[in-house]
Design a protein around this ligand. Structure first.
Ligand code: FPP
Length: 254
């Protein structure tokens, strides 16, 4: 936790830190428009927030950080904005991979990247390969990702296994379906953050956010700095997660 939280918790149980944080980075366009700049300037400024958020996460021992960079619905945006976003992803990957390496961070992109320009797909694969051995944190970038799409492709792969006779449909349970999603083997997000003022999940990690703590802030993504990220972690640390139990049971058992 932050220094402040450490002081507050001196002598008490340490505030829990989320193992997995998921973020919808919203508000880039409005940030730029407020300054009379093109929306793209907001996306570019947003890269700095990605950097500072990663730093806070590794400092606090977060194991997985999943950020929503491009949703399957973002294709509805003007073509020029989409093209500039693709350019930005490409240059950010080129520039940041060295920093990921020196911080022992593994990069993974989840989503249907086949729809992206070939050059970007290649860069994504190369960056994933270059960082594959890193262990300190997993940075998971959701790109052309949709929660319903993920559940659908999981269902399709189980149905295909059943059709091949490798699986009895009666044996399909929640764990099996979870293992067929793109987040197989990872802890579910403990903390979900959305910046930019809207309070919705927008088809992000639908299956995985069943018990996730939600944190909404009006702060626009380019203004979401290290202090804001620490504020979100502090809010998480103060929550009681009951997973269906009573508050009294949680007090006794945890
Ligand atoms: C939402 O803001 C943001 C996006 C669709 C793109 C997010 C991309 C970045 C922060 C770039 C860096 C990412 C990586 C992985 C290097 P919005 O455009 O919807 O803002 P608005 O709601 O104000 O219009």
């Amino acid at each position: 936790m932050t220094d402040d939280a450490d002081t507050e918790n001196a002598g008490a149980r340490a505030a829990p830190v989320p193992r997995h944080v998921a973020i919808i980075m919203d508000g880039n366009g409005r940030w730029a428009e407020k300054r009379g700049q093109a929306r793209h300037a907001g996306h570019r400024a947003g890269v700095n927030s990605v950097r500072s958020t990663i730093e806070v996460c590794i400092e606090h021992g977060v194991e997985v950080l999943t950020i929503f960079a491009f949703s399957s619905e973002n294709w509805r945006r003007p073509k020029t904005e989409i093209n500039l976003l693709m350019e930005l992803f490409l240059t950010a990957l080129q520039r940041e991979v060295r920093r990921l390496q020196s911080n022992d961070i593994r990069l993974r992109v989840i989503g249907d990247i086949a729809a992206f320009p070939e050059k970007l797909q290649k860069r994504i694969r190369a960056s994933e390969e270059a960082t594959a051995g890193n262990r300190r944190m997993l940075l998971q970038v959701a790109a052309n990702y949709g929660g319903r799409w993920d559940i659908t492709q999981a269902a399709r792969s189980l149905a295909a296994a059943a059709a091949r006779g490798e699986l009895d449909p009666a044996d399909i349970d929640e764990a099996m379906l979870a293992n067929a999603t793109l987040l197989a083997g990872q802890p579910d997000p403990d903390l979900f953050i959305r910046t930019g003022g809207d309070q919705r999940i927008s088809n992000f990690l639908l299956w995985h956010c069943a018990y996730t703590e939600l944190y909404f802030t009006p702060v626009l993504w380019p203004d979401f700095d290290a202090a804001e990220m620490k504020r979100a972690l502090l809010s998480f640390g103060g929550r009681q997660r009951r997973f269906g139990r009573t508050g009294a049971q949680v007090e006794l058992e945890d």
